[in-house]
Design a protein around this ligand. Structure first.
Ligand code: SF4
Length: 441
């Protein structure tokens, strides 16, 4: 076993089985039921039982064989130093639409890491192309019945997929998806749409082919390619127009209506950007089948607005709360700005003593075509909010920060931005209730 495969415990959840058995950070997991653990696939499978035997080595070298009775799928409560319990697999593709290739130089190294690891699909919901998934992985997913797996399809035309991914094995990699679907593995899919490449008739073909894998393939999102200003030397890709967006939506809606009557799922979903670009109303909640693809920006705005409305209605019925006069500001990407403004206006209509300034931040760092708040940088926020009326506090959505850390994508810290703008900044979590609370309380 090399060092990469030493499964060292990083943390133990309070109140968990692991804590009860005095497993601690620094311990090493050696075996479960006499079997060595290759990676997280093995771990998840082997821990799903009502009785397991876990061999732990303490830092002193002492070994403990623990006999554990538990609920079938009860987690042991162990977080390992390496979440995958193995090396991270980088991707073998050179996709014509890859956003990592469109990033400026000089950003932190981890942002340039191209992962395409199916284990991360199960752990974090990453979308994978299946091009570097081994047959052994496919077998283990089927044997262990791991679900769901998220697949980046782009197209079901094998030759076109090879071209789009710049990988001659990308076409045949689709066979792995069909094997997984046939074996009952639940999947979600994604199509990154590139104008003149996989749209139009190719998109129709992809949706039709993918619809054969319903209901195991339970959703497929169509998202427009993100184009930064750093595309020199890369495959020429054009932005979509309003007319293109209308065409995409008409295709998506046609297929939604076609499959819904048979499967009770809308299956194919257009991300929020398409509705905004086309100038069309966002679909009602029922169309999103329980929001299966929020991480791809599918239904994010509809969910936020509905949650906000519900929170506001509930607040309207609360008695005895006095809302003092206040002035505050919200900054967001251009994409969501109109919707955030509408929500702020709902609040100020009810509570005229509150003033909310909503600012749409142009993405100068990556280029104006990038409009999502998740790719805003500290320097753009600083430059465009400097001298603006910000009131007693500035609200920012949590996705502007590196996950779990008060640092922006360009490494500016939250404290540096607060200092530059001379304002308190509150980070708002993702729900409508969080946004309302941040404005009112
Ligand atoms: S799979 Fe394609 S888009 Fe994803 S990281 Fe690799 S090259 Fe980039």
């Amino acid at each position: 076993m090399n060092k990469q495969h030493l499964h060292t415990v990083a943390r133990v959840t309070a109140g968990s089985i692991a804590e009860e058995l005095e497993i601690e950070a620094g311990d090493t997991l050696m075996e479960i039921n006499g079997t060595k653990i290759e990676d997280i696939f093995d771990y998840q499978y082997l821990t799903q039982d009502e009785y397991i035997e876990v061999l732990i080595r303490k830092p002193s070298g002492e070994e403990w064989l623990l006999e554990i009775d538990k609920e079938y799928d009860e987690d042991l409560g162990i977080t390992f130093e390496n979440g995958l319990m193995d090396e991270y697999r980088s991707c073998h593709n050179k996709c014509i639409f890859c956003f990592i290739d469109q990033m400026p130089k000089g950003m932190r190294d981890t942002l340039y890491f191209k992962d395409d690891d199916s284990r991360l699909s199960f752990l974090q919901g990453n979308y994978v192309t299946l091009t570097n998934m081994s047959d052994d992985d496919v077998d283990r997913i089927i044997r262990y019945h791991l679900s769901p797996i998220n697949v980046s399809f782009q197209t079901t035309n094998p030759e076109l997929r090879c071209k789009m991914l710049n990988n001659r094995f990308a076409g045949q990699a689709l066979e792995k998806a069909w094997r997984l679907a046939a074996a009952g593995i639940v999947m979600n899919g994604q199509i990154v749409l590139c104008k003149g490449v996989n749209d139009g008739a190719e998109l129709e073909r992809s949706i039709e082919d993918l619809s054969h894998y319903l209901p195991n393939l339970e959703s497929v999102s169509v998202v427009p390619v993100g184009l930064s200003k750093y595309r020199e030397g890369l495959f020429p890709l054009e932005p979509f127009t309003k007319e293109d967006a209308k065409q995409v939506l008409s295709t998506v809606h046609k297929w939604q209506d076609r499959v819904f009557s048979e499967y009770g799922l809308h299956f194919i979903h257009a991300s929020d950007e398409w509705y905004i670009l086309a100038g069309e109303k966002l679909p009602e909640e029922e169309r999103y089948d329980g929001y299966l693809q929020l991480e791809n920006g599918v239904g994010m705005l509809r969910l936020l607005m509905n949650e906000f409305q519900e929170a506001l209605d509930a607040f309207g019925h609360t008695e005895g709360v006095i809302i003092p006069p206040r002035e505050l500001s919200i900054a967001t990407g251009k994409l969501a700005c109109r919707f955030i403004k509408e929500m702020a206006e709902q609040v100020t209509a009810l509570f005229p003593q509150i003033t909310v300034h909503v600012y749409a931040i142009r993405n100068d760092f990556f280029g104006e075509m990038i409009t999502v708040s998740g790719l805003l940088t500290g320097q753009d926020l600083s430059a465009q909010l400097m001298g603006q009326r910000l009131g007693e506090k500035l609200l920012l959505p949590q996705n502007v920060l590196k996950s779990g850390e008060p640092v922006f994508l360009d490494d500016m810290t939250l404290a540096e931005l607060e200092k530059a703008l001379q304002v308190r900044i509150d980070i708002v979590k993702s729900s409508g209730q969080d946004l309302l609370d941040a404005i009112l309380l």
